[in-house]
Design a protein around this ligand. Structure first.
Ligand code: ATP
Ligand code: MG
Length: 412
């Protein structure tokens, strides 16, 4: 076994650097939004606050072109949570020091020494300094300060070799009026636009892999999301509903408060089974889902529907069948996965943390009375003719009246 010797332990202690004190937040597309910029920035601030609500007393300040988050403790965890906030391009846990060249150099040296200590051995480490100077009163230009800091650090750190393009250690120095932020890590955010800035939508969420990814992609483009799921109790057990609740909770990482509408669907499915040609069942279920979703969305002030359809993926997702299904919706239906291959969706599902939940095998309402030969090129006229034999309006009204509402909070 490798027991550290006394000298190594004391060197480690000497090099120990207190953890970063704040997080520098960079945002992306906001700058492109001209007149709306202020709204976007304040939405981003609100969403950051929501994402940090479990981190005690995190202060959020707006700097020119950046946000600065200063939590009392748990800076690394704050940075990790901010990596899930749409609109954020990257975050850097940073050390804040007075904007005085000598103080900055001292901190920079400690930060670099710590970064090297985390890379044991003697191998060469490529390095550069990247100064950004928002305060033009600072006595040195960015380039001159890059040089000065490098000249002061390199002689004492023989492992460093300057490399301007793609260095392993890129020491960032962001000089502001009174404070300067020193950092190395630039952790990616999800990009996109702050949730809520583009409107509110309702995602038809099954327990499958696709619809949670569709919800995530829509949130990424600035939509705040509510969810609706259709549940054929007692044919399908409560565990299917619990699975969807678990999915909403996982998605609440990206939008902390979310609402799920659970719609009883067994009566509607039974009526369709009894009235429709077998091959049309799935299309007709989906049409009813669209109608009910439209009604719920209208009632709760949501202005678009989102589904996880991907063209050609299953029988119900041919162009003709999607047209039949859309014809029943009373509002805009967004299908952000339309051009995705299944493996692309799976990769994203893993990344956003929904894949493992979606993969648990639970029957959902679509497996009920499943046709053995679903029709591939459905016709709207046939759908209309079958539905004329069902009391569509009464069924929709009954389903909407018995919607169960769950308000779900993020657990992380
Ligand atoms: P998913 O993985 O999202 O279930 P899928 O490729 O399996 O998608 P379908 O099951 O045919 O495709 O469903 C297409 C879309 O219809 C889903 O992505 C979802 O938006 C919606 N949907 C299907 N079943 C339900 C349900 N029980 N509750 C709510 N929405 C549903
Ligand atoms: Mg499915």
């Amino acid at each position: 076994m490798n027991t550290p010797t006394q000298p190594t332990a004391s060197i480690t202690r000497e090099l120990e650097l207190p953890p970063p004190t704040c997080v520098l937040v960079r945002y992306g597309e906001l700058a492109l939004k001209g007149g709306n910029r202020r709204d976007f920035e304040s939405a981003l601030g609100r969403n950051m606050r929501a994402a940090l609500r479990q981190i005690s007393n995190a202060r959020i300040d707006r700097l020119q072109g950046r946000y600065l988050v200063t939590p009392e403790t748990r800076v690394a965890e704050a940075a990790r949570r901010l990596q899930d906030v749409f609109g954020i391009k990257s975050v850097s846990p940073a050390w804040s020091v007075a904007s005085d060249p000598e103080t900055i150099v001292t901190q920079a040296r400690a930060v670099v020494a710590d970064a090297l200590a985390r890379r044991p051995g003697t191998r060469e480490v490529t390095f550069r300094v990247s100064t950004r100077r928002a305060d033009k009163r600072f006595p040195l230009s960015s380039i001159d300060f890059d040089r000065l800091v490098a000249d002061r650090i390199i002689p004492t750190e023989p492992r460093l070799r300057v490399q301007l393009v793609r260095p392993e250690l890129n020491l960032g120095i962001d000089v502001r009026d009174e404070k300067t932020f020193v950092f190395i890590d630039r952790l990616p955010g999800p990009g996109g636009l702050p949730v809520g800035t583009l409107g509110r939508a309702l995602c038809l969420l099954s327990g499958g892999i696709d619809s949670p990814v569709a919800a995530w992609m829509s949130m990424k483009r600035g939509l705040s999301m509510s969810y609706i799921t259709y549940h054929s109790y007692p044919f399908i057990g409560d565990s299917a509903k619990l699975k969807v609740i678990e999915l909403v909770r996982a998605l609440a990482r990206y939008q902390q408060h979310s609402r799920l509408y659970v719609v009883p669907f067994a009566d509607i499915q039974t009526a369709i089974r009894d009235a429709a040609p077998e091959g049309y069942r799935t299309i007709l279920y989906r049409r009813m889902m669209q109608r009910i979703a439209t009604r719920v969305a209208e009632r709760f002030g949501l202005s678009a529907l989102v589904t996880g359809d991907s063209l050609g993926q299953v029988a119900s997702q041919t162009l003709e069948n999607i047209a039949c299904i859309s014809a029943a919706a009373g509002m805009n239906v967004l299908r952000p996965l339309i051009g995705f291959d299944k493996d692309e969706t799976i990769e994203l599902a893993r990344k956003i943390g929904t894949f493992d939940i979606s993969s648990k095998s639970e029957p959902d309402c679509c497996s009920l009375f499943m046709p053995s030969h679903p029709i591939l090129r459905g016709k709207t006229e046939i759908c209309d003719a079958v539905e004329a034999r069902l009391d569509v309006e009464a069924q929709v009204a009954r389903a909407v009246a018995s919607v169960e509402i769950h308000d779900i909070e993020s657990e992380v």
